[in-house]
Design a protein around this ligand. Structure first.
Ligand SMILES: CSC[C@H]1O[C@H](OP(=O)(O)O)[C@H](O)[C@@H]1O
Ligand SMILES: Nc1ncnc2[nH]cnc12
Length: 330
C-alpha cells in the first residue's frame, strides 16, 4: 500500500475514535478535552479555574505522577492539568513517570500541551525571571529514562529535528506583551541534563560553548514522548538562576530556584490566562479530528513505522493501541 493510501486509511480510523474521559463518579463523560497543561517545579496547581473533576487513568505504562485535574475555563471548555513531579514533588527528574504522564494525557483526548519548566540560564541576556520558548534541545540525559513508547517488537522512529511545535510556540509568543512584567525570549537551545545534582562550572561552560541557552532536567524525554504520541508540545521555560558558569557568583542552589519560582509561578499563570482565549479559539473550534493548529502533527507516526504490519509483535500492538487508536488492527 502506498503511503498516501496508508495516511488516508489512518485518518479515517482516527475519525472513528473519540477520546473520552469517564469521571470519578463513573457517570460523567468528558469528550471535549483538547488542551493539556503540565506544571513543573514550583507550579503544582492552576488556581482560578473551576475544578470539575480529577482522573488518574491506569495506562499500560502505569499511573501519571499526579491525578489529572479537569478544569473548566471561563469560556466553558475543559482543559487538563498535570503536576509533572507529583503534587508533593515526589518524583525526581530521573524518576518522573514520563510515559504514563503523556499516555494519560493522550488517553483523555489532549492534542496540545503547554508545559512549564524552571530552567537555569546559560546566557547573560536571559535573566532570572525571564521566560524562554526554546526551539531546540541538546540531550544530556544518561539513557536511564524510558524515552520511547516503542521497542519490544514494534519499532518506529519519530521525526525529532524540530522538537517543539512551531505553531503553538508562535501563538504563545504572539502574546508576549500581554503580561508586562514578563520578558519572553524565543528560539533558544535547551540543554536537558540528568541531574539530580546541578552542573559543575566546567559543564556549565561546556554547554555554553555548544550554544546552549538554558538548562533543565525534564524536557527529555517529555518532548520526545509527546512527539511520538502526536501531541503538539511547547515548553515554556522560566529562568530561575545563572546555573554555575558565572565565576563571580555562587553556583545555583535549590533555594535560589524556589525563590525565583515564587514570582515566576504567578507570572506563568497570568501568561496562561492571557493566551487561553486564543488557544481555545484555535483548539476548541470545529471537529476535534481536523484542528488546523495541530494538523501538521496528526498522523505523522503512520509514516514512522519500521516494519511490515504482519511483522509487528501482536501483544505490543495491543498495548500501543492505548495511545494510537486506529493504527493497529487487533
Ligand atoms: C529544583 S531545581 C531542578 C528541577 O527544576 C526543573 O524542574 P521542571 O522542569 O519540572 O520545572 C528542572 O528541570 C529540575 O527538574
Ligand atoms: N541551573 C539549573 N540546572 C538544571 N535545571 C534547573 N532548573 C532550574 N535551574 C536549573
Amino acid at each position: 500500500m502506498d503511503w498516501l493510501t496508508q495516511q488516508h486509511q489512518h485518518q479515517q480510523q482516527q475519525q472513528q475514535y473519540k477520546a473520552m474521559t469517564i469521571s470519578t463518579d463513573n457517570k460523567t463523560v468528558y469528550n471535549d478535552i483538547r488542551l493539556g497543561v503540565i506544571g513543573g517545579t514550583g507550579l503544582y496547581q492552576l488556581e482560578g479555574y473551576e475544578k470539575v473533576d480529577e482522573v488518574q487513568p491506569e495506562t499500560p505504562w502505569g499511573q501519571s505522577a499526579s491525578p489529572i485535574k479537569i478544569l473548566r475555563t471561563p469560556r466553558g471548555h475543559h482543559i487538563a492539568f498535570l503536576a509533572r513531579h507529583g503534587l508533593n514533588h515526589e518524583f525526581s527528574p530521573s524518576e518522573v513517570p514520563y510515559t504514563a504522564n503523556i499516555a494519560a494525557l493522550k488517553s483523555i483526548g489532549v492534542q496540545a500541551i503547554v508545559a512549564f519548566s524552571a530552567v537555569g540560564s546559560l546566557q547573560e541576556i536571559i535573566k532570572p525571571g525571564d521566560f524562554v520558548l526554546p526551539n531546540q534541545i541538546i540531550d544530556r540525559t544518561k539513557g536511564i529514562r524510558k524515552d520511547s513508547f516503542f521497542g519490544n517488537g514494534v519499532i518506529a522512529h519519530a521525526s525529532f529535528g524540530e522538537p517543539f511545535h512551531k505553531p503553538l510556540k508562535e501563538l504563545i509568543y504572539s502574546h508576549r506583551d500581554s503580561v508586562p512584567e514578563i520578558t519572553i525570549h524565543k528560539d533558544k537551545v535547551a540543554v536537558s541534563m540528568e541531574g539530580p545534582a546541578f552542573s559543575t562550572r566546567a559543564e556549565s561552560n561546556l554547554y555554553r560553548s555548544w550554544g546552549g541557552d538554558i538548562i533543565n532536567m525534564t524536557c527529555i524525554p517529555e518532548a520526545k514522548l509527546a512527539r511520538e504520541a502526536e501531541i503538539a508540545y511547547q515548553l515554556v521555560c522560566m529562568s530561575t538562576d545563572y546555573d554555575a558558569w558565572r565565576e563571580s557568583e555562587e553556583p545555583v542552589t535549590v533555594a535560589e530556584v524556589m525563590k525565583t519560582m515564587t514570582t515566576n509561578a504567578v507570572r506563568a499563570k497570568a501568561l496562561l490566562f492571557s493566551i487561553l482565549p486564543d488557544l481555545e479559539d484555535k483548539l476548541y473550534t470545529g471537529d476535534k479530528d481536523s484542528i488546523e493548529l495541530v494538523k501538521d502533527i496528526r498522523g505523522t507516526m503512520a509514516l514512522a513505522f519500521q516494519q511490515p504490519k504482519d511483522g509487528r509483535a501482536k501483544e505490543k500492538c495491543q498495548t500501543l493501541a492505548y495511545i494510537f487508536p486506529g493504527y493497529f488492527t487487533l
